[in-house]
Design a protein around this ligand. Sequence first.
Ligand SMILES: Cc1cc2nc3c(=O)[nH]c(=O)nc-3n(C[C@H](O)[C@H](O)[C@H](O)COP(=O)(O)OP(=O)(O)OC[C@H]3O[C@@H](n4cnc5c(N)ncnc54)[C@H](O)[C@@H]3O)c2cc1C
Ligand SMILES: O=C(O)Cc1ccc(O)c(O)c1
Length: 493
Amino acid sequence: MGIRTGQDYINGIKSRNPEVWLNGRLVEDIYNEPIFNQPIHEIAKLYDLQHDPIYQNDITHICEQTSERVNNAFLSPKTGDDLQKRSKLFEVYARKTYGLMGRTPDFLNVVVTSMAHNCWFLDKYNKDWSKNIQNYYKHIRDNDLFLTHAIVNPQNDRSKSSHEQKDPFTHLGTVEETKDGIIVRGAKMLATLAPITDEVIIYSFPGFVPGDERHALAFALPIDAPGLRIICREPVQDGKRSMFDHPLSSRYDEMDALLIFNDVLVPWNKVFLYNNVEAANLLYPMTGIAEQPAHQSGVRGYIKLAFAVEVACKVADSIGVDAYLNVQRDLGEVVQSVEVIRALLRVAEYEYTINEHGEARPNPDALETIRGFLPEMYPRAIEVIQTIGAGGLLMSPTGADFDHPDLREDVEKYYGGRSGVSAEERVRLFKLAWDLCGEAFGMRLLQYERYYTGDPVRKRAIFYNKYKKAKKFSMVDEVLAKPTNEGLETINQ
Ligand SMILES: Cc1cc2nc3c(=O)[nH]c(=O)nc-3n(C[C@H](O)[C@H](O)[C@H](O)COP(=O)(O)OP(=O)(O)OC[C@H]3O[C@@H](n4cnc5c(N)ncnc54)[C@H](O)[C@@H]3O)c2cc1C
Ligand SMILES: O=C(O)Cc1ccc(O)c(O)c1
């Protein structure tokens, strides 16, 4: 089949009936649920881009194995050029969603592509696991599927390992093996966009200890697999919010959900790893599923930061405060933060390496440095919007006030910006800014940037420890090894 259209994706959503709970009710019709409908259409637009002559060559390619056109997320990068093709895709998808949707289909399709390319790793443990991931890659590539993932154990008692939790099946684990597959029970977090995806893939960040064997798992399932329950967080919009008043949250809210597996059967051919703590802990560092999607996250994060910074600059300009030195300093700082991320992305893409399995991997230090700084730079950009917009962010009337004939004159008079900025322009801009820096929607976006790839504190510590091992700080040793009487020798001659 190859590339789908937006309508194909929507037809897929309509054909399934996952168990999705939202605000204490079971959602009967995912497509027509107001909270999901607009985000579904935003994802559908990405699928349509694959058929748009302006974008097609940038985001898709002809598959060598099937001769069908497929998305670039399914390209196993073997050269720097391939990484550029990937980067183009990430940027096109991110620009279409302003970087506000983190888990667009490219993210997990890259994860599966990388896992399948590095099936040598699974092969060492079990030939079936390796065959299964390769077949799964073909399945999602040829059907152009959209996946969610849940790779973190639910946050219950973090001081205890999985097998030490109060109930042995709080964290997802295997209950039993049958001739058809494994039966799994327990929960996993935090599956972004789960209700509107086709399938789910489960794997884990490293951290299992001996005794956790039943929790050491990786597999995939259709999102409507019997027994899979999806409980959504409270929505940040009701699906009926006016696009005038909430231009961003009415469109780009990606729902997050806890997945609960109530004795779900995973067929043997969808099991990628099972009952092996060592393999589960090494899967993430060994199969490129950290670096390859981090390339997507880096490009997406760059666009999101650039978008927030543009909002800050526009807000300042619209009310004439960017004439002040303090405001220029703050704007200069956040513009520079965008340039830092842009530069790091170039390092990541051009200083790539080709590993012994023929896979081109972007420079991990540059990607991890983006990972370290974005959780500081993005909140700072949001803070700059808050401080420059100040009370004006809370002064905006609603679209309904604009429409009311009795208010029109006042609205036009009192809500305008600097000369040349009409009331409607200023208010629409400030509403967009408030969606980003004040609404629950914006706070979720901020929390996403901090945590989407794990705890930034521990990630930085891991980075430091690796760096220490690799660099050994030899310049300091070199200078200290110089003879202490060097200068004296020549003076004394
Ligand atoms: C909006 C959003 C969307 C997300 N989407 C997804 C998704 O689609 N799929 C997915 O799988 N995950 C997703 N994540 C989950 C993400 O992977 C986790 O939030 C992240 O790994 C951090 O784990 P945690 O939230 O359980 O925090 P915890 O690990 O519980 O940490 C809580 C706090 O305690 C500290 N802490 C905890 N344990 C330790 C320790 N051992 N040593 C030192 N300090 C510790 C941390 O520093 C932190 O301050 C998403 C998260 C967010 C916020
Ligand atoms: O995007 C990143 O920085 C890395 C990352 C995050 C979450 C994942 O599940 C994953 O496989 C890789």
